[in-house]
Design a protein around this ligand. Sequence first.
Ligand SMILES: *Cc1c(COP(=O)(O)O)cnc(C)c1O
Length: 388
Amino acid sequence: MTVFEKDKTYVAGTYNRFPVAIVSGKGSLLLGEDGREYIDLTSGIGVTAFGIADEKWQAAVIEQIGKVQHTSNLFYTTPCSDLAEMLCLKTGMKKVFFSNSGAEANECAIKAARKYAADKYGADRYTIATMQNSFHGRTLTTLAATGQDHYHELYQPLTPGFASVTPNAGTDELDALHKSSPLAAVMIECIQGEGGVLPLDPAFAREVADWCAENDVLLIVDEVQTGNGRTGKLYAYMKYGLKPDIVSTAKGLAGGLPLGATLLGEKVENVFGFGDHGSTFGGNPVCCAAALSILSRIDDELLAGVRRKGAFLRSAFEGAKGIESVSGMGLLLGLKTTKPASEVLAACRDRGVLCLSAKDKVRLAPALNIPDELLAKAAQIIKAVCAE
Ligand SMILES: *Cc1c(COP(=O)(O)O)cnc(C)c1O
């Protein structure tokens, strides 16, 4: 059997994969098993922050694997405590809970918010408002948080206690909701990634943040996709000038190993006591060593590079034939193309460029350190495909 046949036979059919099998790569180049080379503008959906097989990242991972690969959370490990310290120093948040994915990072955020509200205001203050068209993960609870009905249909009943409001439309809906079902938190993405690379209006984001502060409703920012340098700031909320109570992140954090982190601010730093939450793999020393290698290199210079590369792409695409609009920030961009996104993706693939889609958009999320020459070459090909 070919890899395609074997996968179709034995792997659960949840993924409509591209017809490409990847065997290896280096930086922003991927090698297919048919011997073809591709410029990678997907970075594993914003995960391989410094590209494939980055040398410093590899060295950090191999060094830690040679020491101890797992201990359980019954023991202390240096990579875990060092990474928590680094995240807190870089954000001003107070404590970190580590898990293994974005959905779990959000689960922890939701648990923290529920516990804070219940401890302080009683058991009926548990509802969490999210935004319509949001995406927060695939567990039953994070699906409930996700403001897109089509994700809900197959899995009723979902976890109760979620309601979605209209983004960029003031705080009246939050007021009404808070009266009928007292809110524990409001959860936002600064840019709806899966929702089609749609940035939240900064004025609305600040209005929501102020409303939350006035009502002692926690502000949770889901930085799973937008975090760790992706938008040209360490976290997108920093660009928006927000002061979240809880931040969740994952995807790019460990550069390609599974790691989720929930950052807890002042209000919730002590919300969890012994046994209140946990994860067998959470804070795994190899994943934390990988994340230390990534996070320590997301400095001002790297972030300036992300902004410059993003601006280059934007100017390449704005006004180009067959491209109706460009959305997003830094190296998380969405192109509304005249042709269906799936057609653009297929034609780009044929010419050696791998892109993502998000709803009706072509989504680009290359490695943060993609070389300028590769980016220019890929942009040329995308433009040519869109113009045809
Ligand atoms: C990808 C994503 C998630 C889910 O992350 P997983 O690691 O797949 O569980 C949650 N929120 C946002 C904004 C995401 O982009």
